[in-house]
Design a protein around this ligand. Structure first.
Ligand code: ZN
Length: 344
């Protein structure tokens, strides 16, 4: 493979069900990837141990040492503090105030940088994927929840404390469904895969919902977003209406962001986005309908292209960019220069 002496980075995508890690070269080309189960019920130190195992696997089987890895990046569900490397609250990991970057840095002897998973995925799609060349871009992932990240002026925009880009939790309906965050009527409570499945289960037991129930072989618990998408594709009107409503809410949210930020591009990924045209056509239609014509004309709305690798690749990109920035700032007091707002 000839990677000896190369400039290597490792990105780790820590999710509630899996840890996906990638070894990349200085140009962010994937050399190798590893996936293992997270098993969060075993607690933070077991999970951190498994993350370290993936790092060791990646280096050992590619004939390099951890010492040849210049830096590691971790993408993790937030809220978290990128400056201290502490995960503040990650319900699907059952973590509160867990120090993550420090033990990883101690065990590897390498710099470790932590950032929100949707933010690093946004960075990956912008630097390497469907959003290449876009200076002002929003990445949205629609799966069980809705996450997003913003690239503004070609930089990852993280806001005052690192938590910017929570499109999933903008309020769409004042008295809408209760959201996991405690608010009502969030976009996530109306347009995520979980929301689509919930509406379909409610519809299935009402007149008109027979087609959905039949598609689930009569088992209400078997109804998920992909079943709704298949039923809609097979011509079921109730399923099609559920998808249309969800994607119209998504389109309204995107139209709001387009009016606010005059984006060049919106990149949409995640499991639900795999339904394809029905989502993208609806979002494009709503943006045209609800944004200023000149702003709607400027924005391309496209599918994400990196799939399940976006998180790990983005974490590696983030590490490389933070390290480059710290090296540029070298010479000044690191305790002051550590005050980063995100990579350039
Ligand atoms: Zn919410």
């Amino acid at each position: 493979m000839g990677i000896e002496g190369a400039s290597l980075f490792i990105g780790v995508d820590l999710g509630g069900t899996k840890i996906a890690s990638a070894l990349v070269d200085a140009d962010m080309r994937m050399i190798d990837r590893v996936r293992v189960a997270t098993r969060p019920e075993e607690g933070p130190s077991a999970v951190i141990g498994r993350m370290l195992d993936t790092v060791q696997d990646l280096t050992l089987r590619n004939g390099c040492g951890v010492g040849e890895v210049r830096a590691l990046g971790i993408g993790c569900p937030g809220p978290l503090d990128p400056k201290t490397g502490i995960v503040l609250d990650a319900p699907n990991l059952m973590w509160k105030d867990v120090s993550l970057a420090a033990p990883m840095a101690e065990a590897t002897g390498r710099p470790v940088y932590l950032e929100n998973d949707a933010n690093v995925a946004a960075l990956a799609e912008n630097r390497l994927g469907a959003g290449r060349g876009a200076r002002n871009m929003m990445y949205i992932t629609v799966s069980t929840g809705i996450g997003s990240g913003l690239i503004l002026g070609s930089k990852l925009y993280v806001g005052a404390a690192g938590s910017a880009g929570e499109l999933g939790h903008v309020t769409m309906v004042a008295d809408g469904p209760l959201c996991g965050c405690g608010n009502r009527g969030c976009l996530e409570s109306l347009a995520s895969g979980t929301a689509i499945a919930r509406r379909a289960r409610e519809t299935a037991v009402r007149p008109g919902g027979e087609g959905i129930l039949k598609a689930a072989c009569g088992d209400i618990n078997a109804i998920d977003a992909s079943l709704v998408a298949s039923a809609a594709a097979a011509g079921d009107a109730a399923a099609a209406a559920i998808l249309r409503d969800a994607f119209e809410y998504l389109g309204i949210a995107v139209a709001n962001v387009v009016n606010l930020l005059n984006l060049d591009m919106v990149v949409i990924g995640g499991g639900v986005a795999r339904v394809g045209d029905v989502l993208f056509d609806t979002v494009r239609r709503l943006v045209k309908l609800r944004s200023f014509a000149c702003l709607a004309r400027d924005v391309l709305i496209v599918p994400a292209s990196l799939g399940a690798d976006a998180g790990a690749l983005g974490a590696a990109c983030y590490a490389a960019e933070r390290l480059a920035r710290e090296e540029r700032d070298a010479g000044c007091d690191p305790s002051i220069c550590h005050d980063l707002e995100g990579p350039e």
